[in-house]
Write a new protein. Structure first.
Length: 337
């Protein structure tokens, strides 16, 4: 691998890590609708960019692991499901590009897989939290409203799920097509962006401060409550007599959701994150040089994104977004510094 390709791969990996750790946190904090769709689409473009030039077996999988480690360093409280989603996207990207089918078909397949995986992951989590009765309760509630207008019973939950999945499918196709055209776009970018290029004249530095605190896993009360909640949830999901005190489906759904969320966010998720971070700390030693370089590149990514966004601001709407993404990856893959 020559030096320029190595540097470009690190910059794309840093951009992917930046989007996952920082952009993802902003989108979730602002409760932006379909934040997972946006992040998954961007991940597809980053993975596809890694395969544009100098692709070799293991390259995407290594970049995925680096992104997960950096994500854990910059955003340690990220839910386990987010790490799982990133790993699946990277794993599929590695497999699909390793097969050797045409680049455009690989990008299209990756786009469809990544976006559908994001959709089904949300639906599965929703079903786990509220149970299958959630969808029945939704149908009953919506039918109770539409009956007042003389409408017949309809499985609204089915159509909502279909719409949600189709939306992600269409987004996956568009993302795959966009990523698949990247090699041709890069060939035309010298002429298209000849008047937009900019120099990186700033010295960037990035530091990460880690806060240490006493682990709650050493407290026996944590494990007592953990086992108690696990037993209660088992009783609820196995429909034992524990919920016999009420016949209200809405109340059962509410109690189950509250208990699942408490069990997940305060007990199971922290425990899984602890195990996961311990495993990542071992992997971090293997890629210490790459991780250090990626961390140092994060501020540069912010600068590049800001400059690319400002310099493409003459376009409006979707054209602005499309031009911004193409210009960003042009500056990453054909860096002028």
């Amino acid at each position: 691998m020559n030096k320029s390709h190595s540097e470009n791969s690190l910059r794309i990996t840093a951009l992917w890590a930046f989007s996952e750790a920082l952009l993802g946190g902003i989108l979730h904090a602002l409760q932006v609708p379909f934040a997972g769709l946006i992040l998954s689409a961007f991940a597809v473009i980053c993975i596809s960019a890694l395969a544009v030039s100098d692709y070799h077996r293991g390259k995407i999988l290594k970049a995925t692991l680096l992104v997960i480690i950096v994500k854990a360093l910059l955003s340690p409280h990220t839910p386990v499901a987010a790490y799982f989603a990133v790993f699946l996207q990277g794993l599929f990207g590695e497999l699909i590009f390793m097969i050797g089918i045409p680049y455009f078909i690989s990008c299209l397949s990756l786009g469809v897989f990544a976006l559908l995986q994001s959709a089904f992951q949300k639906l599965i989590i929703l079903t786990i939290i509220f149970g299958v009765d959630f969808w029945k309760a939704m149908d009953e509630f919506l039918n109770s409203i539409t009956k007042q207008f003389g409408a017949e019973n309809v499985s609204y939950s089915f159509y909502i799920v279909v719409f949600f999945v189709l939306l992600h499918l269409v987004a996956g196709i568009f993302t795959g097509v966009f990523a698949g055209r990247m090699p041709q776009s890069l060939k035309n970018s010298d002429k298209e962006f000849s008047n937009l290029k900019f120099e990186l004249l700033v010295s960037f530095e990035q530091t990460i401060s880690a806060k240490t605190k006493r682990s709650k896993f050493s407290n026996p009360i944590f494990w007592i409550l953990f086992l108690l909640l696990a037993f209660i949830l088992y009783q609820i999901y196995s429909e034992r007599s524990l919920m016999a005190f009420t016949e209200s489906k809405a109340l059962k759904l509410l109690i189950r959701a509250i208990l699942v969320l408490i069990f997940w966010y305060f007990f199971l998720a922290p425990l899984l994150l602890k195990i996961f971070h311990r495993w990542l700390s071992k992997q971090q030693n293997k890629f210490s040089n790459e991780i250090k370089k990626i961390i140092q590149l994060i501020p540069e990514m912010k600068y590049i994104i800001q400059q690319c966004w400002n310099k493409t601001s003459g376009s409006k709407g979707f054209n602005h977004i499309s031009k911004f993404i193409r210009f960003t990856f042009y500056m990453l893959l054909k860096k002028t510094k």
